[in-house]
Design a protein around this ligand. Structure first.
Ligand code: FAD
Length: 430
């Protein structure tokens, strides 16, 4: 019980909990949850922009519960302790000749924090990290430990794979993996119209396809990752990765310049789109997915039905340019496969995700309010960990299994131990 303040990655969510607990075993965790009075929130790495963790009650940090064990080589499944970060998974999995099927664009999150919000990467045939769950162990409000699989506590497994930490604390997850693999990355600029008119073809031709669009530029930066047998250096321990890449330094300078001299932004954005030209490199998957992100920002992201992706992103860029919004970050466009997880933004529909970012030293309200109206007109569902203004009534319309989740939450946590003000607003609990 040491630290009594908590802040998220961008520094915009801060709180002063009465207690901060760091359990070192599942039994310890269960005792802490059982004995806790007031609100209990479990924290991962604090990489959510929404106030999911904020509380003046108890914060449970999972740093004391880490590690990876092989469960079955034949089934390619591993057991991962709840506080393990995605970056700490890469090397142990590689030692078992295994890897995750997909990852997002950073690996600092804990595996359970990422799963709790439906964190995803890109790829037409690939779902979010939550779809890679084979089983999990959940410490519920009264301290009981539930083993949740497709056959045991089935409804908790079905509904709990994206649960915002509202059903309990995942002490361990069992992940489905695949044989270790290498990815060849190809990054290059492309004219916007050419890209948006051929999205399906690019999604079909690449295991992972995404693009970044500086909205004042008329080209996008395309990034593809495809499996390869070519040689690659052995994965390096994550802590040796350079945290201050040249790319981030240039981005920081551009953000500061754009902030104080807004008329520079269009030429800066055109420069940033084409400056690095074309590049390719081959790496093991755990090193190929994440990129260092050292320039602080806030973010909004919505999942849109895939067929509306091109129209929606065009409208977002037109809104930013039309209102001359001072933003230096690119719009990010990714593809995610549909799933059947009750609170997954990808429930029942192949989706694209469109993200807008604002530099951490600049206000985001005008940008995010305008973009959110456009996302909502396309039936978008917000990323749970990224900023949005939706409440229970909105979610009830967006999620066919919403009432099932509410009933499950009420059954597992009738006194609302895991509910903070943000989650009360999300779930419509007074
Ligand atoms: C720089 C940056 C890049 C990002 N890139 C991506 C990306 O590529 N793709 C994407 O989809 N998202 C991305 N995100 C969003 C991020 O992945 C999610 O917000 C994720 O939930 C953060 O994980 P975390 O470990 O930091 O969890 P936190 O933000 O600390 O917590 C998130 C939620 O998980 C719950 N939780 C944490 N641990 C547990 C547990 N053991 N049991 C139950 N619930 C738990 C918390 O209570 C909370 O509700 C990015 C965020 C940042 C800041």
């Amino acid at each position: 019980m040491a630290q009594k303040s908590w802040a998220n990655w961008s520094g915009w969510v801060k709180c002063s909990p009465k207690k901060v607990e760091t359990p070192t075993s599942e039994e310890d965790l269960s005792g802490i949850v059982r004995r806790a009075r007031g609100t209990v929130r479990v924290a991962g790495s604090g990489h959510s922009f929404t106030p999911l963790v904020e509380t003046d009650g108890t914060i449970i940090k999972m740093d004391g519960l880490t590690g990876v064990e092989l469960f079955s080589f034949d089934k390619r499944q591993v057991d991962v302790a709840g506080g393990t970060t995605i970056s700490a998974l890469g090397l142990p999995l590689k030692d078992y000749d295994l890897a995750l099927a997909n990852q997002g664009d950073i690996d600092k999150q804990t595996i359970t924090g990422a799963i709790a919000t439906g964190t995803h990467g890109t790829g037409r045939a690939l779902g979010s990290l939550s779809t890679q769950l084979a089983a999990f162990r959940l410490v519920t409000a009264n301290g009981d430990v539930l083993r949740c699989t497709p056959d045991e506590n089935t409804d908790v497994f079905e509904g709990g794979r994206v649960s915002l930490g509202a059903l309990g604390v995942m002490s361990q997850v069992r992940l489905r993996c695949r044989p270790a693999y290498k990815l060849e990355e190809h990054v290059y600029p492309m004219e916007v119209g050419h890209c948006l008119n051929r999205l399906d073809a690019f999604d079909d031709a690449n295991r992972h396809f995404e693009f970044f669009w500086f909205p004042y530029a008329d080209h996008v930066i395309v990034k593809t990752l495809n499996e390869t047998q070519k040689g690659a250096p052995d994965p390096r321990p994550p802590e040796l990765r350079s945290m201050r890449s040249a790319e981030n330094k240039v981005m920081q300078l551009a953000c500061e310049a754009g902030r104080f001299i807004p008329f520079l932004r269009a030429s800066l954005q055109r420069y940033l789109t084409t400056a690095s030209g074309e590049s390719t490199r081959v790496r093991w998957s755990c090193e190929a997915f994440p990129s260092p992100r050292t320039v602080l920002f806030n973010e909004m992201e919505y999942a849109i039905p895939a067929e509306h992706g091109a129209d929606c992103v065009r409208e977002i860029a037109a809104f930013i340019r039309g209102r001359r919004i001072n933003v230096m970050f690119p719009i990010e466009f990714r593809r995610v496969a549909e799933d059947d997880i009750w609170l997954s933004p990808f429930y029942g529909r192949p989706s694209v995700t469109i993200s807008v970012h604002q530099y951490g030293k600049q206000r985001y309200k005008k940008l995010f309010d305008g973009c959110e109206a456009i996302f909502r007109a396309y039936g978008g569902r917000p990323h749970w960990g990224k900023l949005h203004s939706l409440t229970a009534a909105d979610f009830a319309e967006l999620y066919p299994r919403w009432d099932d989740f509410l009933a499950l939450r009420q059954r597992l946590d009738p006194d609302g131990k895991f509910l903070n003000p943000h989650l009360k607003s999300v779930f419509g609990v007074s």
